[in-house]
Design a protein around this ligand. Structure first.
Ligand SMILES: O=c1nc[nH]c2c1ncn2[C@H]1C[C@H](O)[C@@H](COP(=O)(O)OP(=O)(O)OP(=O)(O)O)O1
Ligand SMILES: [Mg+2]
Length: 209
């Protein structure tokens, strides 16, 4: 069913995610629609303890409302020096409705205030990873497919780049010598948590054929 459809509905209002999904599905001739295309959809309270729980809630809420198969993404940044925070709270780290810039500033503030002494002044503040959980939910069968991906990097105090979204300007990839925000969409997709989760989901779908 889902593989034949020319439209993919993604249960998100994040424009950065929408851009990445549109880029990922374009080669398959699939157009991406988001919650902006269905203004009647409710806000979804993301009260799960895991990315997968939240992604499932997004997919089920939107899928049941539209009676269409829906893909949902819940993702975030887990920072070692903060014991995995902000994790599932990434979007509201600096408070409900916080902007990316406010969240980034709070993250740097939390990490820089942990540095002891002046001689620890190095731009790499902590190992970190982005995690993305995807759920593809079909309201007719009630079936849900799940995939998860992650990417390892470092939080840097030398922010750089204007691509991507969210915490990308702070997320340094040693193998590229660049932040995630300095990568093209193509490059980001090849290594990102979202790209990895999408490839895993595609493999799951293939198994079911
Ligand atoms: O590739 C990424 N590059 C940088 N930052 C990222 C990425 N992926 C997730 N993030 C951050 C952004 C946000 O602070 C949180 C996602 O929160 P999350 O609830 O999944 O998304 P959201 O509220 O922005 O949109 P929605 O729930 O409508 O999908 O993690
Ligand atoms: Mg959200």
């Amino acid at each position: 069913m889902w593989l034949e459809q020319s439209v993919v509905v993604v249960a998100t209002r994040n424009k950065g995610k929408i851009r990445e999904f549109a880029h990922a599905f374009a080669p398959f001739g699939k157009q991406v629609k988001s919650m902006y295309d269905y203004p009647e959809l409710p806000d979804i309270v993301e009260d799960g303890k895991t990315f997968a729980e939240n992604a499932f809630k997004k997919a089920k809420t939107v899928g049941d409302a539209l009676r269409l198969p829906v893909l949902a993404d819940d993702s975030g940044l887990c920072v070692d020096a903060l014991n995995g925070e902000p994790g599932v709270y990434s979007a509201r780290f600096a408070g409900a409705g916080a902007s990316d810039q406010e969240n980034n500033l709070k993250l740097l503030d939390r990490l820089e205030s942990r540095q002891l002494g002046d001689d620890t002044e190095q731009p790499l503040l902590s190992p970190a990873r982005f995690v993305c959980a995807l759920i593809l939910y079909d309201p007719v069968s009630g079936e849900a497919l799940e995939a998860e991906g992650s990417v390892e990097g470092w939080i840097t105090s030398e922010t750089a780049g204007s691509g991507g979204f969210g915490y990308d300007p702070l997320f340094y990839l040693s193998q590229y010598g660049k932040t995630m925000a300095e990568l093209t969409l193509e490059e980001k997709q090849a290594i990102s948590h979202r790209g990895a989760a999408l490839r895993q989901l595609a493999a799951e779908l293939e198994k079911k054929q």
